[in-house]
Design a protein around this ligand. Sequence first.
Ligand SMILES: [Zn+2]
Length: 317
Amino acid sequence: MNVYLTFDIEVWCNGWNDLDRAFPACFERYVYGHSAHGDYALPKTLELLNQHGLKGVFFVEPLFAARFGQPYLDTIVGLIRAAGQDVQLHLHPEWTDEALQPLIPDCASKRQHLSYYTLEEQTTLIACGKQMLEAAGSGPITAFRSGSFAANQDTFTALHRNQLLLDSSLNRCHAVSAPDLLQGRDLESVFAVDGVTSFPVTVFQDGFGKDRPAQVGACSFAEMRDALWSAQRAGMAHFVLVSHNFEMLKPGLSQPDWVVVKRFAQLCAFLGQHRDTFTVGSFGPASAIGPAKVSQPRVGWTSTARRYVEQALRRLP
Ligand SMILES: [Zn+2]
């Protein structure tokens, strides 16, 4: 089974009112996450992957740099490329109206989701993001993930127009994730739209029967492990896990969240130990798309109960 360890890499300024004042400290936190224990944002993420010989996919958001300057994007791409990891395109178009030079003609007000933009606008914004990453030294951009998993049919047409034929934008736990493509599809299996192959984020059934996306910050290690084995036994060909540059940090702080750090370290060790079963790597032309429909991965109740305990621990001061 192919396993994709994907990371959405983005910088936020805790609101939109005081961007330029807030940005320098936010950039430090989101990119480095300096603490007395080490740098638990991007550097620790890259270190753990490389320690276990794993290749991740880093979907990097570039549009913030249309406000603050290309050198900041160069820094992020440089860190990831220096670690030998894969850089691809993530896009949060809510930066569009904050850019110093207009990226599209209609940028007077903020529109959050990519699906709120016309086909022409989506095509232009994707082209712009791709060009900014490649200028930062990303290497060829071939894959895409939309911000907040928001996408529609036009997104896939826009990707095709930009020769981006691999996508991982869909997550059926999010209502904005291609509702217009839902007819007849379950957004679970890999499928092709407009010549673009889309690898949805894997959603498993937790120990109490609820849908749960395979996200490092939102699952116990035991759940991710159970879901991987369950998917592999069911014959799934592709399993997509999600994380972010800031998931190992406590909310709003640069301090490590040890529960999530341990989870991610355990996940990396597990995948490193089982590389004969799980092939961890980049998205490629899905020559073997895999079975159209397999049963949803499930996890045991003790693994989900473990998450409840962990989430309670994380809320302790
Ligand atoms: Zn994002």
